[in-house]
Each structure stands twice: as structure tokens, then as C-alpha cells.
Design a protein around this ligand. Structure first.
Ligand code: PLP
Length: 380
């Protein structure tokens, strides 16, 4: 696995020498180690990495080398990915819907925890798994704001239904657990406290003592231009659990995706053409910038001039298109960048380590990105 140290000092050095046309995702291994340490030291329980946020093999290998030994996976191919890099990893298959074939594959791979949010999927699990000595985490959802969009519209039982599911999971011989996801990029610690308060009600109504309480992902990155205090969120989770589960508190688990990887990687995309007030980039919403269309643009951008001459003009609003022939391939809002921006410049989108390459399609043949380690994303 042994990773070589980055040979490039920073993105600008690489871009000046290589002048890549395809998108480049720059990784700062120290920033990844920092994010890992923040969770390992601060979170009062088991930390699992949600592979979906960035499934690059290099990321899984580096996290494993740092000590990450538990992963949240959403499919058999993510299971294979993790097993290849970390054969003994504890696997949590927390995509609440699985085919019978996927259940069989997961059991063969030794998955330790499953989530469910409806009776039919719980019964499917009970039929499909020969061995019930695994966690079944009942996922519930509350109508709370605080995240970038509503995660409860697809998954999550009501608290009343979750109680029924929890009681049934325990009766079926599974290790009962509860889980929720506050929604991605959730900036309000109170949301976790409200979920934990509801979880105790679910457990009491079911008459079941959950072995584990998984408080999801959702932890925010700096994509909105602010450093968020994860320590405050961890403290809120710790205090809410102690207050609501005074006896026999469940073991806490979290499954961060975004906050583990986002700020450790920045994406460079070349300006292919300038047409009036429009920029045409070498990648767009069908590629690595897909999530920008869904949850808004990262607030952290810098320009690396192609000719090495700093862009000095005042900022103006640009309409920014991607490279495909589709007119929907445009960033969701006007982007404020120097007025003298030119063809061949690169735009660095920071905090782009999560849901960038993971969501890229190859529409029109674009969307590829290479991953390049650097010593620093932000040279002094
Ligand atoms: C079950 C589950 N866990 C964890 C995550 C990771 O969430 P985030 O990237 O907001 O931390 C997701 C994201 O979709 C998820 O569905």
C-alpha cells in the first residue's frame, strides 16, 4: 500500500508544468489525516467512513493506513472496494434497500450491520440472512431543517413505525440498533440532539434497548466558506446521549462522508473558452461539478492563471458552462471571478473531495479526473 510522498508542492506548480486539459483533483494527504484525527479523537464512539463520498481506491487505502477500520458501504461493489484495501474492515451496509442477491453477497462478505426503514425490507433481510447475529439499525427521519436538502424524503420511517420495526428486529434475533441521517452538510448541532431525543422515545415504545445508535453522516465541510466546529457537534451528541439514555447508553457510531474527505481535496478545471460574459470549462455538472448543481456552489474558489501573470482586474459575474453540448450544463448561479480571466486559466474549486469524482458521468466523453497528491492545497 505504501504511499509515496507528493512530489508536487501545490496545485499551481503542477498546473504550470503539466497544463492539463482534463480536471485534476488535488489531494493533500495531511489534510486527510487531519480530518481523520478530528473524528477519531473527537467523536465519542465508532467512526465509519461513508465510502460513497469518495470511493477512490487511494482514499480508502490512505484512510486504512491511518487506522480507519470500519466503513459504511452502499453496494456490493463498495464492499469489494473496501475488502481489497482493508480485508478485516467492519462493514455497515446502510443503504436501506437491497436486492436478495445483494443480501447474499453482503452476508458472504461478512457485513456486520444493516439498516432498514420498512417492514418488507426487514423481512427480506430476515429471510436472506442465515445468521441473525448482526446489527439491524432501524432508520427514522424527522422533519427538521439544518441540512442542504431533505434527506427524509427518500429514507427513514416515522418514529411510530420505527418502534414497530425495532421491536420486530429484536424479535427476529437481530442485534437491535437505531440510526438516522440529519441530511448532508448539516450545520446545526441541535438537529443531532433532537434526533437523539426522538431515538430514546422509539426505543422505549418498542421496549427494546438498542445496542448501538448511529448518528449518521451529515457533518459539514468548509464548502460554504466557514470552518465548522465539529467539536461542538460531537459534544452535543455526547451530552444528548448521556441525558436521554442515562442508563445503558447505546454505543455511538457515525458515518461521515463529506466531512472526512471534502476539505482535503480541491478540483482544478481549465477555462476552454471565454465568450462575452460566459466561461466554458473543461468539466461541468455532468462531470465532477455535479453536486454544485444540486446543493449550490462551493464558496471557496481561486484562479490559477495559465500564463503565470496574476489576474488583477476586479471581479465580475460570469455565467459558467460545462463542456457538453447540453445547455443544462451550467453552474447553478453566476460566479464572481476576475474580469480578466482568460482561456487556459484554471479555476480551483476547494472543498471538492466529496461527491465530485464519485458522481461524474462520462456524458459527451467528458468527466474524467485524475487524482494528484500535493504537499499543500494552499501554499503560503
Ligand atoms: C446512510 C448514509 N450514511 C452516510 C452518508 C454520508 O453522508 P455525508 O456525506 O453527509 O456525511 C450518506 C450519504 O448519502 C448515507 O446515505
Amino acid at each position: 500500500m505504501g504511499h509515496i510522498q507528493p512530489i508536487w508542492s501545490d496545485p499551481a506548480a503542477y498546473l504550470a508544468r503539466i497544463r492539463p486539459e482534463e480536471a485534476v483533483l488535488f489531494l493533500d494527504p495531511n489534510a486527510l489525516a487531519h480530518a481523520y484525527a478530528r473524528f477519531q479523537r473527537g467523536f465519542p464512539g465508532l467512526v465509519t467512513y461513508a465510502v460513497k463520498a469518495n470511493p477512490e481506491r487511494q482514499i480508502i487505502e490512505r484512510l486504512t493506513a491511518l487506522g480507519m477500520a470500519a466503513y459504511d458501504v452502499a453496494s456490493p461493489s463498495e464492499i469489494d472496494l473496501v475488502r481489497a484495501a482493508c480485508p478485516d474492515a467492519r462493514l455497515h451496509y446502510h443503504n436501506p434497500i437491497r436486492s436478495r442477491r445483494e443480501i447474499a453477497l453482503a452476508e458472504a462478505a461478512g457485513v456486520a450491520s444493516y439498516s432498514v426503514d420498512c417492514l418488507s425490507e426487514l423481512d427480506k433481510l430476515a429471510e436472506g440472512l442465515a445468521d441473525h447475529r448482526v446489527d439491524v439499525a432501524v432508520r427514522f427521519a424527522l422533519p427538521l431543517a439544518g441540512a442542504s436538502y431533505d434527506f427524509g424524503s427518500k429514507f427513514g420511517a416515522t418514529p411510530a413505525r420505527a418502534s414497530e420495526l425495532l421491536a420486530r428486529a429484536a424479535a427476529l434475533g437481530f442485534i437491535p440498533a437505531i440510526t438516522f441521517h440529519p441530511g448532508t452538510q448539516c450545520t446545526d448541532p441541535k438537529v443531532w440532539a433532537q434526533y437523539i431525543a426522538a431515538a430514546v422515545g422509539i426505543a422505549e415504545a418498542a421496549g427494546v434497548r438498542p445496542a448501538r445508535l448511529n448518528v449518521g453522516g451529515g457533518f459539514p465541510s468548509a464548502r460554504d466558506g466557514r470552518e465548522h466546529d465539529l467539536g461542538l457537534i460531537f459534544q452535543t451528541i455526547r451530552e444528548a446521549t448521556a441525558a436521554h439514555f442515562p442508563d445503558h447508553a447505546p454505543e455511538l457510531v457515525c458515518e461521515p462522508g463529506r466531512a472526512m474527505v471534502s476539505d482535503a481535496l480541491s478540483l482544478a478545471v481549465m477555462v476552454k473558452a471565454v465568450r462575452g460574459g460566459d466561461l466554458f470549462l473543461a468539466d461541468g455538472i455532468y462531470g465532477t461539478l455535479g453536486e454544485q448543481h444540486q446543493i449550490g456552489l462551493t464558496r471557496r474558489l481561486t484562479v490559477i492563471p495559465g500564463d503565470g501573470i496574476p489576474r488583477g482586474a476586479e471581479a465580475r459575474d460570469w455565467r459558467v458552462f460545462g463542456p457538453t453540448c447540453d445547455s443544462l450544463d451550467v453552474l447553478p448561479e453566476a460566479v464572481s471571478l476576475p474580469a480578466d480571466l482568460a482561456e487556459g486559466d484554471h479555476i480551483l474549486f476547494h472543498s471538492l473531495g466529496a461527491y465530485s469524482t464519485a458522481m461524474a458521468t462520462r456524458f459527451n466523453g467528458y468527466g474524467a479526473a485524475r487524482l494528484v497528491p500535493v504537499q499543500s492545497l494552499y501554499p503560503a
